[in-house]
Design a binder for this molecule. Sequence first.
Ligand SMILES: [Zn+2]
Length: 229
Amino acid sequence: MFAFRETFALDPDPASGSRVEVAFTDASLDLREGDRLDGVLAALTDATGVDFARLHQIHGADVVEVDGPGHGIPTADAQVTAARGLGLMVRVADCVPVVLADAAAGVVGVAHAGRRGAELDVVTRTVERMRALGAVDMTAWVGPHICGRCYEVPATMREEVAAVVPTTYADTGWGTPALDLGAGVFTQLAAAGVATTTVPGCTLEDERFHSHRRDGAAAGRFAGLVWLS
Ligand SMILES: [Zn+2]
């Protein structure tokens, strides 16, 4: 169910048992919209003990603050919270899932950064919203995504995106124009003063993950998750 899951004590009171939990699911769960999604979400809640706030993602840069379930599914590509016991979810299949936390401040966030999200700098918008909630010393986890050697794009698209985020400029393993979205997001997080941990895995190459480039319209979705418990 999880390709990555780590737990961090919430300072300054580790004896309280309060924790930040960070996870990325794998292809054993398919979190794409559909009839079966409720059952998959129920399995995820069984495994984690929390309900997850979801987003209707549109490759934008809007960030929503959520403080509990029952707000419907907002249209945005990032969400933040300081609420205990509420999971945040962002779903991907090649785009970059980014999870953020300031354990000491008890503020967490998630962002969906594809090509448009990188151009629009959705991760910096997310960092700004977390700071508004009191976050100071943030860590980001950049989850599995299509790598710069696999994400082939037209030359004009590479030029357009690299004009905005230069570190995305890449070549595929076979020498054609490509974009390295992970490198671009890493640069944006560094510029925002956020320390970043990379969770390895190219979604196209590694069948533990869902990939739109590999599986087309039939591709499932996996998720980046974070919650305060
Ligand atoms: Zn790759």
